[in-house]
Design a protein around this ligand. Structure first.
Ligand code: FES
Length: 114
């Protein structure tokens, strides 16, 4: 079982950026907390495959209503990763599957490590 972070780690910015290891392949992901729950996505924008953020753990708009890619301004629904505005409208962030146990965010796939 790989604990990615605690729910309390998401309070400051609503998000936590992490690097996971899949059999030696390092991949950037981020976990987001919102009114409807907690989601995680690979940190690769469907527009140009760049990381969404330029500052640590900063993925939300100012009101914490949606996710923003800083590169070309794509806006994403935080609950399902759907781009609803910007150059990749209609595309989705790739989900990283998690589960919540007590106060911990856990990688659903046990092959991933930190
Ligand atoms: S790389 Fe995200 S909007 Fe272009």
């Amino acid at each position: 079982m790989v604990v990615l972070c605690r729910l309390a780690d998401l309070e400051a910015t609503g998000a936590k950026e992490l690097i996971v290891d899949d059999a030696g392949l390092k991949q950037a992901i981020f976990v987001v907390r919102h009114a409807g729950g907690v989601n995680a996505y690979f940190n690769a924008c469907p527009h140009a495959r760049l990381r969404l953020n330029s500052a640590p753990d900063r993925f939300f708009d100012m009101g914490r209503s949606f996710l923003v890619c800083v590169n070309h301004g794509a806006h994403f629904d935080v609950t399902n990763g759907l781009c609803f505005r910007g150059p990749c409208k209609g595309a989705r962030l790739r989900p990283f599957h998690i589960r919540i146990e007590s106060d911990n965010v856990i990688a659903a796939d046990p092959d991933y490590t930190l």
